[in-house]
Design a protein around this ligand. Structure first.
Ligand code: ZN
Length: 123
């Protein structure tokens, strides 16, 4: 499954981030995914839920931020949102457009709790 390898790669990156921060319990991972990144949100979330307990903990949540596809017309420089994969300029109808946003899959933030915060202190 395509999503599994995307999630695997993502979790590997998060693990590196956690390592550079000196470790901690990951409570939330915020990811930005463009319409062109090939991410199917439901499948991605399902793969995440299945795989995250192996790497972090089952309580770790995924926040998927979907990014619309944006392109700029190389003819009139008009910037517009691409809907339904219609890659032509709504201003001048030119078909020569450059995608400037929408094919990314990137980590926006990783929320960590320090290792001590849940252990040791009890009410
Ligand atoms: Zn145009």
């Amino acid at each position: 499954m395509h999503e599994r390898s995307l999630v695997q790669n993502l979790l590997k990156q998060v693990r590196q981030i956690v390592a550079t921060q000196g470790g901690g319990r990951v409570s939330e991972i915020c990811v930005q995914a463009g319409d062109l990144s090939g991410v199917e949100p439901l499948l991605f979330a399902a793969a995440f839920e299945e795989m995250v307990p192996e790497v972090f903990s089952a309580e770790c949540r995924l926040k998927l931020d979907l990014v619309p596809v944006t392109a700029v017309c190389s003819h009139c420089q008009h910037e517009f949102e691409v809907l339904d994969f219609q890659f032509y300029c709504p201003e001048c109808q030119s078909g020569t457009v450059d995608v400037i946003q929408g094919d990314e899959l990137q980590i926006i933030s990783v929320t960590m709790e320090s290792i001590d915060s849940h252990e040791g202190v009890s009410a």
